[in-house]
Design a protein around this ligand. Structure first.
Ligand SMILES: *Cc1c(COP(=O)(O)O)cnc(C)c1O
Length: 429
């Protein structure tokens, strides 16, 4: 069924570590051969064996308009025809800055970079430069890219500093990172009581999408704002995934919390490499060339990449876009839950805007520990059942899913038909 993918994977493994350029693509969590994609259009992708799939990965978030959107492609070829990169300012970058600062009221200034990793890494350097403090608070299960001091898991006690989760990260680089449990306001209070004068910033995914999908409680997210303000620490929303994905003002618009800094990526590049970080003017003006915090990039603000992002955002910001997207996503989750219940499988789901989580567990999880309680074996059987039936979910039980504006009734119907059979498989022998 996956012959050509198998061949290409074998060859790739000789030349590319694990055969992939980003680990989760290797299907390590679900087993089997990763599907090599030949092309995509709208809500669907086609693999190298010619099999078509309804795609709920969407390049892991960016493709909110679906694959190969004609107007995005037109903007890209128009920009490309005038040159690929200049290393000098362009009007496109100004337009992107205008669009981002108008959409997110917490952004007074913004700087463009080329990935989410870069955006968060730079925002944290800036937070440390601005506050003159060193400690960063993060939450278990939140992913903020692969910079050294963020590849860290909780230490041995709740309020001890973290340990590296990757080889190659010296322990000295993670001694300033405190890792707490998501949705636990008490731990946040304790951390500030103990280390308040040293905490430069608290960084979080305001809806966690890298440990499947976990919503913040109002108490948690508002408590973070209050604690940061009280202790002079910066609150950083990592909206690389949620920005223009859950709503036109990101998660901060939905929860009514104003962070000091915000990081963006994924949707703002529309499938091209664009990241951004921004926030309060007095903080952003500490960046070079105005201030002492250094940050730079040869391809930052690349005109071709930015043109894809602009064309995407212009469509995403049209009135009613998120109403329709949210309805489609909620209908998907409801249909999956119905199919699971008919098959007698313990299952739940949740969504916000065009982002969703499905859990082999009776209730949606609220922390990393609860995410870890989901039935991974059931997910694995469900995943392969769906893949064989032409439905492409993320190949891991710990990833959120994504719906695009190209998904509609036919895609949902195909998904539910496949799900009815796949839930029976998930139940096991
Ligand atoms: C994807 C992601 C990143 C990393 O972005 P890259 O472009 O892969 O470097 C950082 N933070 C969050 C919340 C993300 O979802």
């Amino acid at each position: 069924m996956y012959e050509r993918s198998r061949e290409l994977f074998e060859q790739s493994r000789q030349l590319i570590p694990g055969g992939v350029n980003s680990p989760v693509r290797a299907f390590g969590a679900v087993g089997g051969v990763p599907v090599f994609i030949r092309e995509g259009r709208g809500a669907r992708v086609v693999d190298v064996d010619g099999r078509e799939y309804v795609d709920y990965v969407g390049s892991w978030g960016p493709l909110i308009l679906g694959h190969a959107h004609p107007e995005v492609l037109a903007a890209v070829s128009d920009a490309a025809s005038r040159g690929l990169s200049f290393g000098a300012p362009t009007e496109l970058e100004l337009r992107m800055a205008q669009l981002l600062t108008r959409s997110l009221p917490s952004l007074e200034q913004v700087r463009l970079v080329s990935s989410g990793t870069e955006a968060v890494m730079s925002a944290l350097r800036l937070a440390r430069g601005f506050t003159g403090r060193s400690v960063i608070v993060k939450f278990e299960g939140c992913y903020h890219g692969h910079s050294d001091f963020l590849l860290v898991k909780a230490g041995s006690g709740a309020l001890t500093f973290g340990n590296p989760t990757s080889a190659g990260v010296p322990a000295e680089l993670t001694v300033h990172t405190l890792v707490l449990d998501y949705n636990d306001p008490q731990q946040v209070d304790d951390a500030f009581r103990r280390y308040g004068d040293d905490i430069a910033a608290v960084v979080l995914e305001p809806v966690a999408g890298n440990m499947n999908f976990v919503r913040p409680s109002a108490e948690f997210i508002q408590g973070l704002r209050a604690a940061c303000t009280k202790h002079g620490a910066l609150l950083i929303f990592d909206e690389v995934m949620t920005g223009f994905r859950v709503g036109p003002q990101g998660a901060q618009g939905i929860f009514g919390v104003r962070p000091d800094l915000t990081t963006l990526g994924k949707v703002i590049g529309g499938g091209m490499p664009v990241g951004a970080f921004g926030g309060r003017r007095e903080i952003m003006e500490k960046l070079a060339p105005m201030g002492p915090v250094y940050q730079a990039g040869t391809l930052s603000g690349n005109p071709v990449a930015v043109s894809a992002g602009l064309a995407t955002l212009e469509r995403v910001l049209q009135p009613g876009f998120f109403d329709r997207l949210g309805e489609t996503t909620a209908a998907l989750v409801a249909g999956l839950c119905r199919a699971a219940s008919e098959a007698g499988v313990a299952f739940s789901g949740a969504s916000l805007g065009g982002m969703f989580g499905v859990f082999f567990r009776a209730q949606p999880p609220r922390s990393f520990a609860e995410v870890m309680q989901c039935d991974r074996e059931a997910f694995r059987r469900f995943f392969h059942g769906m893949l064989e039936r032409g439905i492409y979910f993320a190949p891991s039980a710990y990833e959120a899913g994504f719906v695009s504006s190209a998904h509609g009734e036919p895609e949902l119907a195909a998904t539910f038909a496949a799900a009815r059979e796949s839930f029976a498989l998930a139940r096991g022998p």
